[in-house]
Every structure is written in C-alpha cells, then in structure tokens.
Design a protein around this ligand. Structure first.
Ligand SMILES: Nc1nc2c(c(=O)[nH]1)N[C@H]1C(S)=C(S)[C@@H](COP(=O)(O)O)O[C@H]1N2
Ligand SMILES: [Mo]
Length: 537
C-alpha cells in the first residue's frame, strides 16, 4: 500500500487545473474576459508599468516559456497547498481558494470596460475548484480511513507481508478494510486521471475558439467613436401604460436574425469595405477612414419579414453611422445602376434599391447602436440600416462588400430562396396589453401596444372589441415617421369573454388590411387580435 499523503496536494493541483479550464471555457463561450488573461495583464502592468499595446502585452507575456513556468509553479503550489488544507476539512481549502478568486476578480475589474458579467468565469473557476476538490478528496479520505482501521497508518511504510519471520495474516476485519482501501485508491486514481485529462482537453479547446473573439470584444468595448451620441428618447413617445414593449429597445433585448450559428468576430483594424460595380471609381474604406466621415444619427425601427401578425421580431434603436448615399457618391454611381448588392463577411447578401437610399440620411452604414459601438451580434464593426425595408433586404450585418448593380441582375441570399426581391415594410399594429388569454377584473380596462409604417408614419390606431365599431386610440407622437408608435385606449368591459382587435392607418390615409397572409414571400398582413376574460368584481 502506498501512503497517500502527498496525494492531497495532487488533488488540489488537479482541481485547480479543472477550475482554470472551466473558467477559460466560460470566458470563451460568453466572449468575456478570461481571469487568467486578466491576471497576466495585471501582472505585466504591475511589473512593466506598460500602458501601451496592453492587448498585445497580454498575449506576449503569456507566450514566453519563462512566464508560463513561473505562473505554473506559483499556481501549482497554491493549489497544492489548498489540497493539503483539504486533508483536515475540505472547506479549509476555501481559505486559499476564495482569496485567489478574489484576486482574479480584482484583475478583471482592473481591465478597462469590464462589467459584472466578466466575473462569471471567476465564479465558475471557484465553484469548479471547490466541487472538484470535494470529488477528488472524497475517495482519498475514505482510502485513508480504511487504511487506518486496518491498522496501517498512512505515515508508515507499506506493510510487507512477504518479510521473513513476520507472519501477517490479516484478520477478517482488517481484510475488509484493506479491500475498501484498495477500492477507494482506484477510484481516486481514476477520478484524478479523468479530471486532469478533461481539464487539459477543455483548456486547449477553449483557447483555440476563444482568443480571437475575446481580443475583438475587448477592442470593441474600448472604441470611442466621435459623433456618436447617447440615445435620448423624447418623453412624449410613451403612453405610460405598463406592459407595452419599451419604445427604445435595449441592445441586449433587441431581436437577432442571422444565418450563421456563431456571429463573425471582426477586428475593426482588419475590416475593410469595398464599393465597386457600376461606379466611376472603386472605393475601399478602412474602419478609421469610415469614422472620418460626418456622422448621421437617427431613430429607426427594424422589422424582420418573418414577423407574424402580432409578432415581436421588431426593435427600435438610435443608430449612428455614415449615410450610404454619401459613400455611394464618393464612388460615383453610374446612371444604369438601380440597386446595391451588399455582402457580409460570412457570405450572406441582400439587395437594396438605390431609390431607398438616395437623399435618406437615416439609410446608413451604422457603427453604433443606442450610443454603443455596434454589438458583435448586431453586425460589428459596421452594418447597414435602411428605414422602410425589411432587414433581409437592407440591413446587412458585418458588411464588407457593396456592389453597385441592377435588381434584375442580382440573386441575394433570401430572394434566391423564395422571398421577394423588393420588400418594403408593411403597416402593422400589435396589442401588448392585455396579453392574449389574460384575466382582468371587469370594468375599465386599458389596452395598449405599438404600430409601425416606416417611411410613411402612423396617422392613427383603431381598436374594436367584440365586433363593435372601430374606436380611435390615443397615439403617442414619434420623433419621425421611421419609428413605431405606442397607442392606448380604455374600454368599460362587462364580465365575460372578450375579443379585441387592432388596425392602423398611415399618413397616406391607407388602412391596414384585415386580409390574412403569411410572412412568405414579402411580409404578413392581417389584424392582431387577443382574447381575454373579464372577471366579476
Ligand atoms: N450578415 C447577415 N446580415 C443580416 C442577416 C443575416 O442572416 N446575415 N439577417 C438579416 C435579417 S433577416 C434581419 S431581420 C436583420 C436583423 O438584424 P438584427 O439581428 O440586428 O436584429 O439582419 C439582417 N442582416
Ligand atoms: Mo429578417
């Protein structure tokens, strides 16, 4: 029998490895700061006092074999010590591991632009350390106990039954303990091996997926774009009824649609936009060159063509960017052109008529959304936004190529799969309050929701209840015709089941049609209705 004493240290080290691996994986998956990377940066900052090129410093620092060795030795002894402490009580290891996690958290905070969610990998590391330490020291503890009850102190050299002149016939009780010890010894070794191998595998995988995306995300957060202002929605856009979707959609609440599983992470320093085709001169723009152009800003409601009647693939944001017509004028559009074919880094494409861009400053190559550098999932570093057209026909994310061409000569991604080539957003309205199927006390019930008719604007919203005539709702003013509006109306409702329906009227006087059609091929039509029950008071 081996003496397991230094195996406590081993279990500490292996649990430590596991925590580093899961935290790296969490950081990669969430594209947030990795605690180890942050610690490396804090270390290089403290030791070198280096402020410039800090992003590169991190990678450089970790790459040198000496640093790797030093970090491995320091962390290894800390984890080993935690394992030794766990020999007495597993929770004693917290005395080492919790402060270690605290230091990592501080290193993450010290990085510019970090948020609370950048601490998730730190928490993941701490939890993994404690759980793995528990899982590994469990069989170890039982092994030691079994050896003790067999009368073999773990400090003694292994008993040697074959030693001459020493008859060691174990008692049945001792034999049972020895068998138990053997069982736990194996289970400890197996667990340790599995955890160590899995940790190494996981951290190798995590570092390959994550590194590029993490650096891009860090750069993105550090971007300060001149001419981008914070979104300040006019107070009067809200009707003040709880339950209606917020007038401004926060970036993290904004719907996303893309054909790729993982959005491309594009380093702004490596992004270029090429404008070519039916132009007088080809233009290639870097991100920096794009930002040197005068910035335009606008509220624009973005709608996905797949939105069903009453659906929620709609969002309203404050966009900042360079008008597409400005960029196209630099290239000099030839008279025979009538459209652009936009292509993204990931190979997706959409076709947009020039008539929707000419003279429209809100039809832009956006670099910021709600005052923040464009989030990766919304097209960082640049995406187009065109008021009045469904996203699939205009709102190219991660756009890298604009070909000036003709509608009859293009075959963009969704139109080649059955969707219409030209796709103006259809007028639509939605009831957010009450929810479909909700119970309300009978009496005064306030209804509310949103309506949109980008480019034209909403003139009015009407509601009918249980087949009544159409009543005018109060419509809150919008800052322009390209955004949705909120509306509200109150009815005195008797007890029982009810059906309410909404329709909108645009500034051209056109009334939203009640004819129901599917989203395919160019957007759904029909009136949104909800059923609710008014309860006897
Ligand atoms: N590169 C790329 N851009 C794209 C798409 C896509 O699949 N790939 N989807 C489009 C569609 S269908 C819509 S509705 C909008 C959605 O933009 P959002 O994800 O920022 O809300 O992006 C458009 N731009
Ligand atoms: Mo869409």
């Amino acid at each position: 029998m081996h003496t397991p004493r230094r195996l406590w240290a081993l279990s500490g080290v292996v649990a430590g490895l596991a925590g580093l691996a899961t935290s790296q994986a969490a950081a990669s998956l969430l594209t947030v700061e990795s605690p180890l990377g942050a610690a490396g940066e804090a270390f290089s900052f403290l030791s070198l006092g280096e402020l410039d090129g800090r992003v590169d410093a991190l990678v450089g620092t970790l790459r040198t074999p000496v640093t790797v060795l030093v970090v491995a030795l320091v962390l290894g002894s800390i984890f080993g010590y935690a394992g030794r402490l766990a020999a007495r009580h597993w929770w004693l290891s917290c005395l080492v591991l919790v402060p270690l996690a605290g230091l990592a958290a501080l290193a993450v905070i010290a990085l510019p632009g970090t948020n609370w969610y950048d601490q998730i990998p730190v928490l993941v590391a701490l939890l993994t350390w404690l759980l793995m330490l528990l899982a590994l020291t469990w069989p170890l503890r039982r092994w030691v106990r079994a050896l003790r009850s067999a009368g073999l102190e773990e400090t003694q050299p292994a008993a040697a039954p074959s030693e001459p002149g020493r008859a060691t016939v174990p008692s049945p009780q001792q034999a049972r303990s020895l068998a138990q010890a053997e069982h736990n010894r194996r289970s400890f070794l197996v667990r340790t091996g599995v955890v160590a191998a899995a940790s190494i595998g996981l951290s190798v995988a995590a570092s390959t997926w994550g590194k590029g995306a993490q650096l891009v995300e860090r750069k993105r957060k550090l971007l300060r774009i001149a001419g981008v202002s914070k979104p300040v929605a006019p107070a009067e856009v809200r009707v003040g009824l709880a339950g209606i979707v917020p007038w401004r959609t926060r970036n993290d609440k904004f719907f996303t649609v893309e054909t790729v599983l993982v959005p491309p992470s594009i380093d702004p320093d490596e992004w270029f936009l090429r404008i070519h085709g039916l132009v007088e001169r080809e233009v290639v723009l870097s991100y920096e060159e794009l930002l040197a152009r005068p910035m335009s800003e606008a509220w624009v409601t973005l709608v996905c063509v797949t939105t069903e009647v009453g659906g929620d693939q709609v969002g309203n944001a404050w966009w900042s960017g360079v008008p597409l017509h400005v960029l196209l004028a630099e290239a000099g559009v030839l008279p025979e052109a009538d459209a652009i074919l936009q292509t993204s880094q990931d190979g997706w494409s959409c076709g947009t008529p020039l008539s929707e861009l000419n003279g429209v400053d809100a039809a832009m190559l956006a670099v910021a959304m709600n005052g923040e550098p464009l989030p990766v999932e919304h097209g960082s570093p640049a995406r187009s936004v065109v008021p009045g057209l469904y996203g699939y026909a205009s709102a190219c994310k991660w756009v890298v190529d604009i070909e000036v061409t003709r509608l009859d000569q293009m075959d963009p991604y969704w139109p080649s799969r059955g969707w219409a080539l030209e796709a103006p957003v259809k007028i639509a309205s939605r009831i957010d309050v009450p929810r479909d199927g909700e119970d309300r006390p009978a009496g005064l019930v306030s209804f509310g929701g949103v309506a949109w008719a980008p480019r034209v604007g909403i003139a009015g919203v009407e509601v009918t209840i249980d087949g009544s005539e159409w009543f005018h709702a109060d419509v809150a003013p919008a800052p322009n015709d390209d955004t949705w509006v909120q509306w509200t109306i109150t009815f005195d409702v008797p007890p029982g089941d009810h059906l309410a329906m909404v329709r909108a009227i645009d500034n051209d006087g056109d009334v939203q049609t009640g004819v129901e059609t599917d989203p395919l091929p160019d957007g759904a039509t029909g009136w949104h209705s909800i059923e609710f029950t008014a309860q006897e008071a």
